[in-house]
Design a protein around this ligand. Structure first.
Ligand code: AMP
Length: 140
């Protein structure tokens, strides 16, 4: 797979406003923020989507996300925020390198606007779906 822009940012080949780095994780400000402080938290491992990310990198990102979220909210004086993680073009993923958006929601006008076309989970369909997912998880 060819290198994404995020790999080049992690390597320092493209400038970024870095806010955090450790052995497995890199975080920097989004260049087109939905609100002030919009931050991207990226595993250094160049996995395209979350489902193919190693457990080690996933754990490293998960460990640091709360601390980065606290720092972004404190720096922006914001209390509410969204964490967004897109996978695949149809799900609005533009850069095929796993990343978590931390997006402050200071007010109704700034931050992530979410469309939420909810349905209704019927009992039988829920039973079948849960069983199908459990069966997949059992495969390891
Ligand atoms: P996604 O749609 O989830 O793939 O989000 C990709 C994000 O990467 C977008 O919010 C872009 O604004 C952001 N982005 C793309 N290029 C850069 C860059 N050079 N520096 C910082 N953020 C970037």
């Amino acid at each position: 797979m060819s290198e994404t822009i995020f790999t080049r940012i992690i390597k320092g080949q493209i400038p970024s406003h870095r806010v955090y780095e450790d052995e497995k994780v890199f975080a920097f400000l989004d260049i087109a923020p939905l609100s002030p402080g919009h931050t991207l938290v990226v595993p250094k491992e160049p996995a395209a989507t979350l489902d193919v990310l190693s457990e080690e990198s996933a754990a490293a990102v998960g460990r640091v996300l709360p601390r980065i979220a606290r720092a972004v909210m404190a720096a922006t004086g914001t209390r509410d925020y969204n964490v967004l993680q897109n996978n695949g073009a149809a799900a609005h993923q533009a850069v095929p390198h796993v990343h978590f958006h931390v997006i402050p929601r200071p007010d109704d006008a700034r931050g992530l606007g979410v469309g939420w076309p909810s349905g209704r989970l019927e009992a039988d369909a829920g039973k079948r779906m849960a069983a199908a997912v459990v069966a997949e998880l059992a495969k390891g």
